[in-house]
Design a protein around this ligand. Sequence first.
Ligand SMILES: Cc1ncc(COP(=O)(O)O)c(C=O)c1O
Length: 381
Amino acid sequence: MDLSTDHLAPVYAQWPLDVVDAEGVHLRTRDGRRILDLYGGHAVAALGYSHPRWLAALEAQAKSLLFQSNAVPLDVRARAATRLTRFVGLGLNTVFFGNTGAEANENALKLALKITGRRKVVAIEGSFHGRTAAAGAVTWGAAQKWYGFPQAPFDVEFLPRGDLEAIARVVGTDTAAVIAEPVQGVAGAVDLGQPFLAALRARCSDTCALLILDEVQCGMGRTGFPFAANMHGIAPDMITTAKALGAGFPCAALLMADHVAAHLKTDDLGTTFGGGPMACALIETVVDILESEGLLANVRQRAAQIREQCIVGPVVAAQGAGLLTGLRTRRPAKDVQRELLERDILTGTSGDPQVVRILAPYVLDESHVAQLRDALASLPA
Ligand SMILES: Cc1ncc(COP(=O)(O)O)c(C=O)c1O
């Protein structure tokens, strides 16, 4: 493919990979290579490729009703909302469907600022929350790298990861919300840990600030639990999610506790595409597949296998949770990633130059992890 004439905005660094199609957990390239995909398109392809029930749901919904707006009540939308809120539990009984992770975060922050009447948001060092004005404002390092807006739309303060003592100093009665990825993704699969998250929960309750957990990357089964909030036993005021939510169909959700939803009235939030019938049919199907095919247990087992078997070659440790795993490398992660790709295994890198990021489909089996182990063992340490 000649990238110089593809008419696309030149904003993405691109891997040397010419993909034509995919099946299961494998990508096929134009020159006939079969690549084990342990990256899943930035954590989206949770069910791998061509899952028969996902395809059937897509086709059935497209044939029956392709689109209607949120002005038209639809069974499929109500079913998706019911299924998703039951999947998460934790008293998050109301959902607003959107299109992207950034949009879900934008709406969560807007609600928190509006409900509390305060103008400060606390975020965590290393965070990534998206590219829009509010989501970018709470993203660590965005202002220096790509933010672009002349100023943030509210006051922002960053809290050092894991610093329990700093919480009381930084989160106060002037704070509208704390936004945190319970397992940071772009930072390199960093689990903030139960004690830190529980302390954030407690401080938010004490100061009447709202706790927003951004589970755009770590949610929807990726940790081996419905959400990382379930894994850590933390009930936030809001959760945002996207990526694996549609397992390839673009969609996002903002889940809210009753006391947050109680503030909503007509016109407070809105979108054309969010909550469309195609997205909702796939959200319902994805939850159904995760529950009925035992995929959360498989995520936990494959993650444990990676930790037991893949600390070989250039890898010195594993971090993160479930299939949001970071392999800490002795050498630069981008070199290890390139060498793995030469051996037909696709992985990701991260904000940490010494972490290879695994965001594998939940349908991975034992032999795929063994293939990763063998490839890593064959690399120079
Ligand atoms: C934790 C987290 N939040 C938000 C986003 C932004 O999502 P989107 O690209 O769908 O806007 C991402 C994307 O990588 C993410 O990892």
